[in-house]
Design a protein around this ligand. Structure first.
Ligand code: GLA
Length: 385
Protein backbone atom coordinates (compact mmCIF):
# COMPACT_ATOMS: atom_id res chain seq x y z
CA UNK A 1 0.00 0.00 0.00
CA UNK A 2 1.33 3.51 -0.80
CA UNK A 3 2.43 5.50 2.25
CA UNK A 4 -0.42 7.98 1.89
CA UNK A 5 -3.10 5.28 1.64
CA UNK A 6 -1.75 3.56 4.71
CA UNK A 7 -1.61 6.80 6.70
CA UNK A 8 -5.12 7.75 5.58
CA UNK A 9 -6.49 4.37 6.64
CA UNK A 10 -4.82 4.59 10.06
CA UNK A 11 -6.00 8.19 10.46
CA UNK A 12 -9.62 7.10 10.02
CA UNK A 13 -9.11 4.36 12.62
CA UNK A 14 -8.58 7.09 15.21
CA UNK A 15 -9.90 10.44 13.99
CA UNK A 16 -12.43 12.18 11.73
CA UNK A 17 -11.89 14.94 9.19
CA UNK A 18 -10.01 15.02 5.90
CA UNK A 19 -6.26 14.72 6.53
CA UNK A 20 -3.40 16.40 4.71
CA UNK A 21 -0.05 14.62 4.41
CA UNK A 22 3.46 15.76 5.28
CA UNK A 23 7.00 14.38 5.44
CA UNK A 24 10.32 15.41 7.04
CA UNK A 25 13.58 13.51 6.55
CA UNK A 26 16.23 12.17 8.91
CA UNK A 27 19.83 13.01 8.08
CA UNK A 28 23.34 11.71 7.75
CA UNK A 29 26.23 14.07 8.43
CA UNK A 30 29.16 13.67 6.01
CA UNK A 31 31.58 15.74 8.10
CA UNK A 32 31.51 18.42 10.82
CA UNK A 33 30.59 16.73 14.10
CA UNK A 34 29.73 18.74 17.23
CA UNK A 35 30.75 21.89 15.39
CA UNK A 36 27.18 23.21 15.10
CA UNK A 37 26.89 24.42 18.70
CA UNK A 38 30.31 26.04 18.33
CA UNK A 39 28.97 28.35 15.60
CA UNK A 40 30.93 26.25 13.09
CA UNK A 41 30.41 24.33 9.86
CA UNK A 42 28.60 21.06 9.08
CA UNK A 43 27.82 19.11 5.93
CA UNK A 44 24.77 16.85 6.31
CA UNK A 45 22.39 15.39 3.71
CA UNK A 46 18.71 14.53 4.14
CA UNK A 47 17.86 10.81 3.95
CA UNK A 48 15.13 8.77 2.31
CA UNK A 49 14.17 7.70 5.84
CA UNK A 50 11.56 10.14 7.07
CA UNK A 51 8.81 10.96 9.53
CA UNK A 52 5.36 11.17 7.94
CA UNK A 53 2.16 12.70 9.20
CA UNK A 54 -1.52 12.64 8.32
CA UNK A 55 -3.07 15.66 9.98
CA UNK A 56 -6.41 17.48 10.04
CA UNK A 57 -7.73 20.55 11.84
CA UNK A 58 -10.17 20.09 14.69
CA UNK A 59 -12.24 22.72 16.41
CA UNK A 60 -10.96 23.99 19.74
CA UNK A 61 -7.36 24.06 20.93
CA UNK A 62 -6.60 20.41 21.54
CA UNK A 63 -3.84 18.56 19.68
CA UNK A 64 -4.27 14.81 19.59
CA UNK A 65 -1.46 12.68 18.24
CA UNK A 66 -1.27 8.97 17.54
CA UNK A 67 2.00 7.14 16.83
CA UNK A 68 1.93 4.16 14.51
CA UNK A 69 5.29 3.13 15.91
CA UNK A 70 4.19 2.38 19.46
CA UNK A 71 0.38 2.56 19.18
CA UNK A 72 0.13 5.34 21.78
CA UNK A 73 -2.22 8.31 21.59
CA UNK A 74 -1.66 11.52 23.56
CA UNK A 75 -3.42 14.87 23.95
CA UNK A 76 -2.17 18.36 24.50
CA UNK A 77 -4.18 21.47 25.35
CA UNK A 78 -2.72 24.55 23.64
CA UNK A 79 -4.37 26.69 26.32
CA UNK A 80 -2.79 24.81 29.24
CA UNK A 81 -1.27 27.32 31.69
CA UNK A 82 2.19 25.84 32.17
CA UNK A 83 2.56 22.69 30.09
CA UNK A 84 4.82 20.05 31.65
CA UNK A 85 7.04 17.83 29.52
CA UNK A 86 6.13 14.15 29.98
CA UNK A 87 9.60 12.72 29.45
CA UNK A 88 8.63 10.62 26.41
CA UNK A 89 8.32 10.89 22.59
CA UNK A 90 5.36 13.28 22.83
CA UNK A 91 7.67 16.04 24.13
CA UNK A 92 9.19 16.40 20.63
CA UNK A 93 5.76 17.02 19.14
CA UNK A 94 4.13 19.09 21.88
CA UNK A 95 7.36 21.03 22.56
CA UNK A 96 7.24 22.29 18.98
CA UNK A 97 3.61 23.38 19.43
CA UNK A 98 4.57 25.28 22.60
CA UNK A 99 7.50 27.02 20.90
CA UNK A 100 5.49 27.88 17.77
CA UNK A 101 2.89 29.59 19.91
CA UNK A 102 5.59 31.34 21.97
CA UNK A 103 7.00 32.68 18.69
CA UNK A 104 3.62 34.21 17.87
CA UNK A 105 2.12 31.59 15.56
CA UNK A 106 -1.37 30.95 16.87
CA UNK A 107 -2.26 27.34 16.15
CA UNK A 108 -5.53 25.60 15.42
CA UNK A 109 -6.37 22.32 17.16
CA UNK A 110 -5.27 19.25 15.21
CA UNK A 111 -5.50 15.48 14.97
CA UNK A 112 -2.26 13.89 13.81
CA UNK A 113 -1.16 10.36 12.97
CA UNK A 114 2.61 9.96 12.87
CA UNK A 115 4.74 7.24 11.37
CA UNK A 116 8.48 7.14 10.81
CA UNK A 117 10.99 5.06 8.92
CA UNK A 118 13.98 6.77 10.60
CA UNK A 119 15.59 4.18 12.88
CA UNK A 120 15.61 5.33 16.52
CA UNK A 121 19.00 5.45 18.28
CA UNK A 122 20.89 5.16 14.98
CA UNK A 123 22.27 8.71 15.04
CA UNK A 124 20.12 9.61 12.03
CA UNK A 125 17.95 12.27 13.69
CA UNK A 126 14.64 10.54 14.19
CA UNK A 127 13.70 13.17 16.78
CA UNK A 128 14.43 16.14 14.51
CA UNK A 129 12.35 14.52 11.74
CA UNK A 130 9.44 14.16 14.17
CA UNK A 131 9.74 17.76 15.40
CA UNK A 132 9.95 19.17 11.91
CA UNK A 133 7.06 17.22 10.42
CA UNK A 134 4.81 18.17 13.34
CA UNK A 135 5.85 21.84 13.14
CA UNK A 136 5.27 21.98 9.41
CA UNK A 137 1.90 20.24 9.72
CA UNK A 138 0.68 22.52 12.54
CA UNK A 139 1.70 25.67 10.67
CA UNK A 140 0.14 24.47 7.42
CA UNK A 141 -3.15 23.43 9.03
CA UNK A 142 -3.35 26.80 10.78
CA UNK A 143 -2.91 28.66 7.49
CA UNK A 144 0.56 30.08 8.26
CA UNK A 145 3.29 30.32 5.63
CA UNK A 146 6.31 28.23 6.60
CA UNK A 147 9.76 29.79 6.76
CA UNK A 148 11.98 26.71 6.90
CA UNK A 149 14.89 28.50 8.58
CA UNK A 150 12.62 29.82 11.33
CA UNK A 151 10.99 26.40 11.68
CA UNK A 152 14.42 24.81 12.20
CA UNK A 153 15.22 27.34 14.94
CA UNK A 154 11.88 26.77 16.66
CA UNK A 155 12.32 22.98 16.58
CA UNK A 156 15.82 23.33 18.05
CA UNK A 157 14.39 25.54 20.78
CA UNK A 158 11.78 22.89 21.55
CA UNK A 159 14.52 20.30 21.94
CA UNK A 160 16.73 22.60 24.02
CA UNK A 161 14.08 24.01 26.31
CA UNK A 162 11.20 21.52 26.34
CA UNK A 163 12.95 18.16 25.86
CA UNK A 164 16.07 19.36 27.71
CA UNK A 165 18.68 18.25 25.18
CA UNK A 166 21.17 21.04 24.34
CA UNK A 167 21.55 20.06 20.68
CA UNK A 168 22.81 22.42 17.97
CA UNK A 169 20.85 23.43 14.87
CA UNK A 170 22.19 20.90 12.35
CA UNK A 171 19.55 18.17 12.49
CA UNK A 172 16.50 20.40 12.38
CA UNK A 173 18.10 22.63 9.75
CA UNK A 174 18.85 19.84 7.28
CA UNK A 175 15.45 18.23 7.85
CA UNK A 176 13.91 21.60 6.95
CA UNK A 177 16.26 22.61 4.12
CA UNK A 178 17.73 19.47 2.51
CA UNK A 179 18.34 19.54 -1.25
CA UNK A 180 17.92 16.39 -3.35
CA UNK A 181 21.15 14.85 -4.65
CA UNK A 182 23.20 17.32 -2.60
CA UNK A 183 24.86 17.62 0.76
CA UNK A 184 24.34 20.99 2.43
CA UNK A 185 27.28 23.02 3.67
CA UNK A 186 25.85 25.02 6.58
CA UNK A 187 27.44 27.90 8.42
CA UNK A 188 25.81 27.42 11.82
CA UNK A 189 26.48 31.03 12.83
CA UNK A 190 24.99 32.90 9.88
CA UNK A 191 22.81 29.95 8.78
CA UNK A 192 24.00 30.55 5.23
CA UNK A 193 23.80 27.33 3.28
CA UNK A 194 25.30 26.04 0.09
CA UNK A 195 24.21 22.84 -1.66
CA UNK A 196 27.19 20.71 -2.67
CA UNK A 197 26.46 18.10 -5.37
CA UNK A 198 27.42 14.49 -4.72
CA UNK A 199 29.56 13.26 -7.61
CA UNK A 200 27.62 10.44 -9.36
CA UNK A 201 30.83 8.37 -9.29
CA UNK A 202 30.31 7.94 -5.55
CA UNK A 203 27.53 7.02 -3.15
CA UNK A 204 27.00 7.88 0.49
CA UNK A 205 26.63 4.63 2.41
CA UNK A 206 25.34 4.43 5.97
CA UNK A 207 25.98 1.47 8.26
CA UNK A 208 24.05 1.27 11.54
CA UNK A 209 26.18 -0.26 14.29
CA UNK A 210 22.95 -1.27 16.06
CA UNK A 211 24.40 -0.09 19.37
CA UNK A 212 23.47 3.04 21.27
CA UNK A 213 25.04 3.70 24.65
CA UNK A 214 22.71 5.31 27.14
CA UNK A 215 25.23 7.86 28.40
CA UNK A 216 24.94 9.78 25.12
CA UNK A 217 22.81 12.75 26.27
CA UNK A 218 24.79 13.44 29.46
CA UNK A 219 28.12 13.18 27.65
CA UNK A 220 26.80 15.43 24.87
CA UNK A 221 26.02 18.20 27.34
CA UNK A 222 29.43 17.70 28.98
CA UNK A 223 31.15 18.21 25.61
CA UNK A 224 29.29 21.47 25.22
CA UNK A 225 30.47 22.60 28.64
CA UNK A 226 34.10 21.81 27.72
CA UNK A 227 33.78 23.95 24.59
CA UNK A 228 32.29 26.81 26.59
CA UNK A 229 35.07 26.47 29.15
CA UNK A 230 37.66 26.59 26.35
CA UNK A 231 36.21 29.85 25.03
CA UNK A 232 36.17 31.34 28.53
CA UNK A 233 39.79 30.41 29.22
CA UNK A 234 41.04 31.55 25.82
CA UNK A 235 39.25 34.89 25.93
CA UNK A 236 41.87 36.77 27.99
CA UNK A 237 44.49 35.86 25.38
CA UNK A 238 42.39 36.06 22.22
CA UNK A 239 40.10 38.95 22.98
CA UNK A 240 36.51 39.05 21.91
CA UNK A 241 35.82 35.49 20.78
CA UNK A 242 32.22 34.32 20.92
CA UNK A 243 32.73 30.62 20.14
CA UNK A 244 35.39 28.09 19.10
CA UNK A 245 34.50 29.06 15.54
CA UNK A 246 36.56 32.19 16.17
CA UNK A 247 39.69 30.24 17.19
CA UNK A 248 42.24 29.14 14.57
CA UNK A 249 44.51 26.14 15.03
CA UNK A 250 47.48 28.51 15.49
CA UNK A 251 45.58 30.48 18.16
CA UNK A 252 44.84 27.27 19.99
CA UNK A 253 48.39 25.94 19.87
CA UNK A 254 49.89 29.24 21.01
CA UNK A 255 47.58 29.34 24.00
CA UNK A 256 47.24 25.71 24.97
CA UNK A 257 48.90 26.32 28.34
CA UNK A 258 45.80 28.22 29.43
CA UNK A 259 43.72 25.05 29.05
CA UNK A 260 43.56 21.85 31.09
CA UNK A 261 44.64 18.96 28.85
CA UNK A 262 41.15 17.50 28.46
CA UNK A 263 39.66 20.87 27.51
CA UNK A 264 42.52 21.44 25.09
CA UNK A 265 41.79 18.16 23.31
CA UNK A 266 38.06 18.89 23.15
CA UNK A 267 38.84 22.28 21.62
CA UNK A 268 41.35 20.77 19.20
CA UNK A 269 38.67 18.49 17.80
CA UNK A 270 36.32 21.40 17.15
CA UNK A 271 38.97 23.71 15.69
CA UNK A 272 40.43 21.07 13.35
CA UNK A 273 36.99 19.72 12.43
CA UNK A 274 35.86 23.17 11.30
CA UNK A 275 38.91 23.38 9.04
CA UNK A 276 38.19 19.91 7.69
CA UNK A 277 34.61 20.85 6.74
CA UNK A 278 35.79 23.89 4.82
CA UNK A 279 38.39 21.83 2.98
CA UNK A 280 35.92 19.00 2.40
CA UNK A 281 33.47 21.33 0.64
CA UNK A 282 36.24 22.43 -1.72
CA UNK A 283 37.25 18.83 -2.38
CA UNK A 284 33.69 17.75 -3.15
CA UNK A 285 33.14 20.73 -5.45
CA UNK A 286 36.49 20.09 -7.15
CA UNK A 287 35.75 16.39 -7.62
CA UNK A 288 38.65 15.22 -5.43
CA UNK A 289 36.86 12.35 -3.73
CA UNK A 290 40.07 10.75 -2.47
CA UNK A 291 40.98 13.91 -0.55
CA UNK A 292 37.40 14.17 0.76
CA UNK A 293 37.69 10.60 2.02
CA UNK A 294 40.95 11.32 3.81
CA UNK A 295 39.25 14.18 5.63
CA UNK A 296 36.47 11.80 6.72
CA UNK A 297 39.07 9.40 8.11
CA UNK A 298 40.87 12.20 9.93
CA UNK A 299 37.56 13.37 11.37
CA UNK A 300 37.00 9.93 12.86
CA UNK A 301 40.42 9.88 14.52
CA UNK A 302 39.71 13.29 16.01
CA UNK A 303 36.29 12.22 17.35
CA UNK A 304 37.76 9.00 18.72
CA UNK A 305 40.90 10.36 20.37
CA UNK A 306 40.30 14.05 21.11
CA UNK A 307 36.54 14.37 21.54
CA UNK A 308 36.13 10.78 22.83
CA UNK A 309 32.63 10.24 21.51
CA UNK A 310 33.18 6.95 19.70
CA UNK A 311 32.88 3.45 21.18
CA UNK A 312 34.33 0.02 20.54
CA UNK A 313 31.68 -1.22 18.09
CA UNK A 314 31.83 1.99 16.05
CA UNK A 315 35.62 1.85 15.85
CA UNK A 316 35.43 -1.74 14.63
CA UNK A 317 32.85 -0.79 12.01
CA UNK A 318 34.89 2.20 10.84
CA UNK A 319 38.05 0.07 10.55
CA UNK A 320 36.16 -2.54 8.52
CA UNK A 321 34.62 0.11 6.26
CA UNK A 322 37.92 1.89 5.65
CA UNK A 323 39.58 -1.39 4.64
CA UNK A 324 37.16 -2.13 1.77
CA UNK A 325 37.93 -1.78 -1.93
CA UNK A 326 36.48 1.33 -3.50
CA UNK A 327 35.99 3.24 -0.22
CA UNK A 328 37.17 6.85 -0.14
CA UNK A 329 36.68 7.34 3.59
CA UNK A 330 34.53 6.43 6.60
CA UNK A 331 33.71 7.90 9.99
CA UNK A 332 31.13 7.88 12.74
CA UNK A 333 28.20 10.20 12.04
CA UNK A 334 25.94 11.99 14.54
CA UNK A 335 26.13 12.68 18.26
CA UNK A 336 28.22 9.63 19.17
CA UNK A 337 28.50 6.66 21.58
CA UNK A 338 27.02 4.32 18.98
CA UNK A 339 24.70 5.00 16.10
CA UNK A 340 25.91 4.91 12.53
CA UNK A 341 28.98 5.11 10.35
CA UNK A 342 28.98 7.03 7.06
CA UNK A 343 31.25 6.10 4.17
CA UNK A 344 31.83 7.52 0.72
CA UNK A 345 32.11 4.62 -1.70
CA UNK A 346 32.75 4.29 -5.45
CA UNK A 347 29.34 3.68 -7.03
CA UNK A 348 30.47 0.43 -8.66
CA UNK A 349 31.81 -0.91 -5.38
CA UNK A 350 28.69 -0.29 -3.26
CA UNK A 351 27.09 -3.74 -3.52
CA UNK A 352 30.31 -5.54 -2.56
CA UNK A 353 30.94 -2.98 0.21
CA UNK A 354 27.54 -3.59 1.79
CA UNK A 355 27.96 -7.33 1.71
CA UNK A 356 31.46 -7.59 3.05
CA UNK A 357 31.10 -4.89 5.73
CA UNK A 358 27.95 -6.62 6.97
CA UNK A 359 29.68 -10.01 7.15
CA UNK A 360 32.87 -8.72 8.80
CA UNK A 361 30.97 -6.68 11.39
CA UNK A 362 28.77 -9.66 12.26
CA UNK A 363 31.84 -11.87 12.68
CA UNK A 364 33.56 -9.28 14.87
CA UNK A 365 30.64 -8.26 17.09
CA UNK A 366 27.64 -10.53 16.51
CA UNK A 367 25.52 -7.52 15.46
CA UNK A 368 23.67 -7.44 12.15
CA UNK A 369 24.36 -4.00 10.72
CA UNK A 370 21.68 -2.36 8.57
CA UNK A 371 23.65 -0.90 5.66
CA UNK A 372 22.22 1.18 2.83
CA UNK A 373 23.30 3.57 0.09
CA UNK A 374 21.45 6.88 0.22
CA UNK A 375 20.22 9.37 -2.30
CA UNK A 376 19.94 12.80 -0.64
CA UNK A 377 16.38 14.16 -0.48
CA UNK A 378 14.64 17.51 -0.24
CA UNK A 379 13.75 18.87 3.18
CA UNK A 380 10.30 18.99 4.79
CA UNK A 381 7.20 19.28 2.62
CA UNK A 382 3.94 17.74 1.64
CA UNK A 383 3.89 13.99 1.13
CA UNK A 384 2.81 13.04 -2.37
CA UNK A 385 2.05 9.64 -3.91
C1 GLA B 1 23.37 15.59 17.52
C2 GLA B 1 22.84 17.01 17.71
C3 GLA B 1 23.38 17.95 16.63
C4 GLA B 1 24.89 17.83 16.49
C5 GLA B 1 25.32 16.38 16.41
C6 GLA B 1 26.82 16.22 16.45
O1 GLA B 1 22.85 15.03 16.35
O2 GLA B 1 21.43 17.02 17.66
O3 GLA B 1 22.99 19.27 16.90
O4 GLA B 1 25.54 18.50 17.54
O5 GLA B 1 24.79 15.59 17.46
O6 GLA B 1 27.40 16.78 15.32
Amino acid sequence: MAAIDLLRARFFDHFDGEPQFFRAPGRVNLIGEHTDYNDGFVMPAALEYEAQAAAACRSGRLIRIHSLKNGETAEFDLDAESPEPRGDWTDYAFGVAVMLEAAGHRLAGADIVISSTVPVGAGLSSSAALEVVVGYALLSLSGHAVDTVELAKICQKAENEYVGMRCGIMDQFISCNGVSDHALMIDCRSLDRKPVPIDPAARIVVANSMVHHALADGEYNKRRQSCEEGVRLLRPALGDIAALRDVSFEDLEENRDFLPDLTYRRCRHIVTENERVLQAADMLLGGDLAAFGRLMNASHVSMRDDYEISCEEIDILVDIAQAQNGVYGARMTGGGFGGSVVALVESDAVAAFIESVGAAYRDATGHISEIFACTPQDGVGRLTD
